[in-house]
Design a protein around this ligand. Structure first.
Ligand code: ATP
Ligand code: MG
Length: 326
């Protein structure tokens, strides 16, 4: 039985704007197991990054966690102080951002940055840390690793910097790896190499991966399971097969229909009509109802709860519930 690495329970994260609190994540729950990649998808502003920052304990100052619990390898980490979280962040969970310079210090050599965490968190000697760092640079496909150790981030291309960041995070052998749009800024060939690399590292180290992306092509390639977010709500969750072949929520269907179908020689993009709601906007009932072609009075008044229709396949939609009534 695979071990549960992360458990997010009933998370509500809000932002304080003009002394009022507006929820951005509205009661989100999900789990991640070892050796699996869970992709989180949804339009810009739906709360993907806020989810990752809530887990890492890296939310901005005007954010408030109103409710919920986050468990990492059986230990509750929500509510811990930054000092306590620093230890967990260094050792048990790691994060790869879209822009590698978010994590790399421009003033320190690659070698310094790679060995620092190994010495501090893994208790390695300088010599051991150096050898381990070189080994991980080689593992992520960086040639002349020893000479790269002496260089500064600005001396490396964007793709190489991203690899260095992956090497840095993976050398800590985290149980949970969070990657927020890690390949969006890279060109297609390098993107592909990074994805292959992450997959290899996941398998060899049994890591649980939370992967955030806009790109459904990437999701199809790497996801074991998929979580679809809409305006801070989990509208559908399932295995990659369930989401791509048997999706049920009208939003998931719209999202997938927005991808041009190359196989059918049909490049028409069916965008989802309407606009994405601002966090300050009050919507009664289902958050998606103003854009949903199937909305009924029930959708306009009652928030749909997630129901499990097949094993591991959850959907929060009144229409789906009514159609599947016995
Ligand atoms: N510091 C902040 N103060 C106020 N609101 C914020 C802040 N950071 C994010 N938000 C709001 O929270 C919501 C979710 O933002 P988030 O960054 O999680 O979106 P996202 O799904 O990651 O989008 P993208 O795909 O563009 O990265 C957005 O409506 C955003 O405007
Ligand atoms: Mg984001």
């Amino acid at each position: 039985m695979a071990e549960k690495v992360l458990s997010v329970k009933n998370l509500i994260t809000a932002f304080r704007i003009d002394k009022k609190e507006y929820p951005v994540l509205r009661d989100i729950s999900f789990d991640i197991y070892e050796n699996e990649t869970v992709c989180m998808v949804g339009e810009s502003g739906c709360g993907k990054s806020v989810t990752t920052l809530s887990i890492m304990g890296l939310l901005p100052e005007n954010a408030v966690v109103q409710q919920g619990e986050i468990e990492l390898c059986g230990e509750i980490i929500s509510g811990k102080s930054q000092k306590e979280l620093n230890k967990v962040r260094g050792s048990k969970m790691g994060m790869i951002f879209q822009e590698p310079m978010t994590s790399l210090n421009p003033l320190l050599t690659i070698g310094h940055q790679l060995t620092e965490g190994l010495i501090r968190h893994k208790g390695m000697s300088k010599k051991e840390a150096y050898a381990t760092a070189v080994q991980y640079l080689e593992l992520v496909g960086i040639a002349n690793a020893e000479s790269r150790m002496k260089q500064y981030p600005f001396q490396l291309s964007g793709g190489l910097r991203q690899r260095v960041m992956i090497a840095m995070v993976m050398s800590m052998q985290p149980k949970l790896l969070i990657a927020d749009e890690p390949t969006t800024a890279l060109d297609v060939t390098i993107q592909k190499q990074v994805l292959i690399l992450l997959n290899k590292l996941k398998k060899t180290m049994n890591t649980g991966v939370l992967f955030i992306t806009h790109d459904l092509g990437v999701v199809a390639e790497i996801a074991d399971r998929v979580i679809v977010l809409y305006s801070g709500t989990k509208v559908e969750e399932g295995s990659a097969k369930q989401i791509f072949e048997n999706n049920m929520h009208p939003y998931t269907q719209g999202l997938l229909a927005a991808v041009p179908n190359v196989d059918k020689d049909d490049f028409e993009i069916k965008a989802i009509p309407g606009t994405f709601p601002a966090i300050t906007e009050t919507i009664v009932g289902c958050r998606f109802h103003p854009r949903c072609p199937y909305a009924t009075d029930r959708c306009r008044s009652e928030i749909p709860q997630a129901i499990e229709y097949e094993k591991g396949h959850f959907v929060a939609c009144h229409k789906v519930e009514e159609e599947n009534k016995c």
